[in-house]
Design a protein around this ligand. Structure first.
Ligand SMILES: NC(=O)c1ccc[n+]([C@@H]2O[C@H](COP(=O)([O-])OP(=O)(O)OC[C@H]3O[C@@H](n4cnc5c(N)ncnc54)[C@H](OP(=O)(O)O)[C@@H]3O)[C@@H](O)[C@H]2O)c1
Length: 322
């Protein structure tokens, strides 16, 4: 497969960068979106966020529906109600919002791409690794077969299906799906909620601690999305290319917990039993923390993507600034 570095005209080549590629990013105001926007704008490209709120550098989902997609080279969807929203109980209304916030926005953007007189060259959906069944032994690459087995895997199935473009549009617009694990960064996501208890010396393993903990540094995730945004060199493949958005290191929750404690020099002696996590978060959501999948970024690496933070030590040190 061609890579970011080996394309005749790579996405970031001076020649193309001079032309300033424009990108429309649904949910670009969030944790991952802010990092992606920083990366793209640092390279001289332009980002318009698609948001529920109007504002400078933004268009709203309503405007997208009524006026269509402003011409662009790349489109991404990152929008979705936060799965770990600490202010929401795990109930039917929350579950409904998790689905509709992802599926409706993805459908709206896919429809706008299909209806555009000049569709973008690349379209990237960011979904998740919840499609892979938690296991202590199985390893999953982008080519692993999977069928939905619980609520979150059903969500991924419907979410990814809603991103599919009609055949004629897919001949010119490259479709990609990036499936991130737990995204680590100082500016949001899981670390924002975990750091305080760890600083206070109250951090500990979750459940047995043996469960795999697929993770990625937010800066690498932004890099993989940018990688997937590269315009196609030839006719794109008719179905989406999947990239597992995880670091190549396969760590357990125990290893993550101990390494975070070591990096911030705090004890991690208070394990949190699985039933406590499940009671606090709801079992369907708690399993994201108490169970996990060994996810291998095979295609991501084969396609030439270079990680800045391939191991926990480098990622955690960057995040806590030590
Ligand atoms: N962070 C992780 O660890 C992680 C792991 C795996 C997968 N993912 C997926 O990656 C994507 C980006 O993650 P993130 O952490 O950047 O997300 P985030 O910051 O929680 O949210 C991204 C954006 O989604 C929009 N949004 C929030 N609630 C919404 C709702 N009810 N309806 C429509 N839009 C809504 C918001 O944009 P506006 O307020 O501007 O509308 C928000 O800025 C998400 O789809 C997430 O499921 C994240």
């Amino acid at each position: 497969m061609t890579s970011l570095l080996s394309y005749g005209k790579p996405y970031w080549s001076k020649e193309i960068a001079a032309n300033k590629l424009t990108n429309r990013v649904g949910g670009g105001s969030g944790f991952v979106g802010r990092e992606l926007t920083r990366l793209l704008t640092n390279k001289g490209h332009e980002v318009t966020v698609i948001s529920r709120q109007p504002g400078p550098g933004k268009i709203t989902w309503g405007e997208l529906e009524s006026s269509g997609l402003p011409a662009c080279e790349g489109a991404v969807n990152l929008a979705g109600e936060n799965l770990m929203n600490p202010f929401r109980w795990w109930n039917e209304s929350y579950k409904k919002d998790l689905f509709s916030s992802r599926i409706d926005t993805t459908k709206t953007l896919a429809r706008a791409i299909a209806a555009s007189p000049s569709p973008p060259r690349s379209w990237v959906l960011v979904s998740g690794v919840a499609c892979y069944k938690p296991s202590l032994t199985a390893q999953y690459t982008e080519d692993s077969e999977w069928t939905p087995f619980d609520l979150l895997s059903k969500l991924v199935k419907e979410w990814e299906a809603s991103a599919l473009l009609p055949e004629d549009v897919a001949k010119t617009t490259k479709q990609s799906v990036v499936r991130p694990g737990v995204v680590l960064g100082c500016d949001g996501g899981a670390m924002k909620q975990m750091l305080l208890p760890f600083w206070l010396g109250l951090g500990g393993t979750l459940g047995s601690g043996n469960q795999p903990f697929p993770w990625i540094h937010v800066s690498d995730l932004a890099g993989i999305i940018a990688h997937a945004l590269e315009p196609p060199a030839d006719t794109p493949s008719p179905s989406p290319q999947v990239f597992n958005g995880v670091a190549p290191a396969l760590n357990t929750n125990y290893e993550f917990t101990k390494e975070l404690g070591r990096v911030i020099r705090r004890p991690t002696i208070f394990p949190v039993p699985g039933f406590v996590v499940n009671t606090l978060l709801g079992a369907e959501r708690g399993m994201v923390l108490t169970q996990g999948q060994k996810v291998v970024p095979e295609r991501t690496q084969e396609s030439g993507f270079q990680y800045k933070y391939p191991d926990l030590t480098s990622a955690l040190k960057e995040i806590v600034g030590s």
